[in-house]
Design a protein around this ligand. Sequence first.
Ligand SMILES: CC(C)(COP(=O)(O)OP(=O)(O)OC[C@H]1O[C@@H](n2cnc3c(N)ncnc32)[C@H](O)[C@@H]1OP(=O)(O)O)[C@@H](O)C(=O)NCCC(=O)NCCS
Length: 384
Amino acid sequence: MADEIKKGLEGVVVAESELSYIDGDIGKLVYRGYAIEDLSADATYEEVLYLLWHGSLPTREELDTFSETMAEERAVDDYVLEALAELAAVDEAPMAALRSAVSMLSASDPEAETEPQDLEASLRKGRRITAKVPTILAAYQRLRDGEEPLEPKGAALSHAGNFLYMLTGEEPEWVAEETLDMALTLHADHGLNASTFASMVIASTLADTYAAVTGGVGALSGSLHGGANQDVMETLIEVDRSAKDPVEWAKDAIDNGRKIPGFGHRVYNVKDPRAVILEEKSRDLGDASGERKWYDHANKIETYLVEEAGFKEKGLAPNVDFYSGTVYYQLGIPVDMFTPIFAMSRVGGWVAHVLEQLEDNRIMRPRAKYTGETEADWVPIDER
Ligand SMILES: CC(C)(COP(=O)(O)OP(=O)(O)OC[C@H]1O[C@@H](n2cnc3c(N)ncnc32)[C@H](O)[C@@H]1OP(=O)(O)O)[C@@H](O)C(=O)NCCC(=O)NCCS
């Protein structure tokens, strides 16, 4: 029993948490009790951050103060922007650039030296990182395009609106701001997913919030996790360019044993509730622009896989990444910024779980079942 291996830690419970609850059999997700459907329809991302970090919904006054503080913390120092310019010059991938930039932010944090167990200080560090991530990402995109980064606008624009402004240089249309805000809300937290768990493991050693979030960005970049949203969109573009029927593409993919990006989940056996919301948004954006093909391609693939290819019977359904890409694409966001946008949101969850971990910390230290030799005879190097 002691040596029973839970590959991928499936089903292993390592912590108590009050942050998000998932019922994978009925497709339910709540943050601190509030249904994702209500939050995505009515709450702003800032409101969700407040809820996750402070434990309750803010009053109007509390939210205004919180949003103003975040706005004051959006600017990024020149040394980070200079490093981003150098990374852009060598064509570093945006997630890798973000990982490096987040790590560098600690150098100018006035509280960098405070103990992680000082939860108020750790929260302030997490808030500063969260405030700066959109600035880093927008600056990086502009630098890649040969343009100067823009200063954040301040509290006049929301977290989502500021990102779009800094990316494009124009104040966003209401639909774009509201859509991105909704996507940020949907991605903010999701139990002990791989990147959140990575952040918690790092925090459990009493390394600081910067180390924990940097690790979270690294874990999220993989194609089995946050990287899937980019893979989905690249797949849809491939389907579109080949002028192949999406169903034919899906049949070929299954025949060739390909994993379909945006499908399957460790926790859900049914459609991810976030995918339900993003699907509707994707269709609405398509209808509004008169170009519904991205939604249509995705929906045809989903219908075929779920209804005809046996995915339903195997408990495989669209996850959050299956429709998010088509939403971002229709907002004109470059495809390799999709996973960074996921990070821009999930950083809120990483910080919340790091704080929860630190409240009642014990270092994370599992074991491996050793399968190697135990009695090897030592041979000096010149005798081998
Ligand atoms: C999310 C994911 C990593 C979960 O992994 P997991 O819980 O370890 O599940 P497994 O990879 O072991 O998959 C279980 C079975 O379902 C199949 N499966 C899982 N996801 C699949 C997919 N996207 N397409 C086709 N088959 C899939 C596996 O091949 C495996 O089949 P088998 O038992 O016959 O070998 C996995 O579903 C996946 O790789 N999905 C695609 C990437 C993705 O969308 N990631 C974002 C997640 S939010």
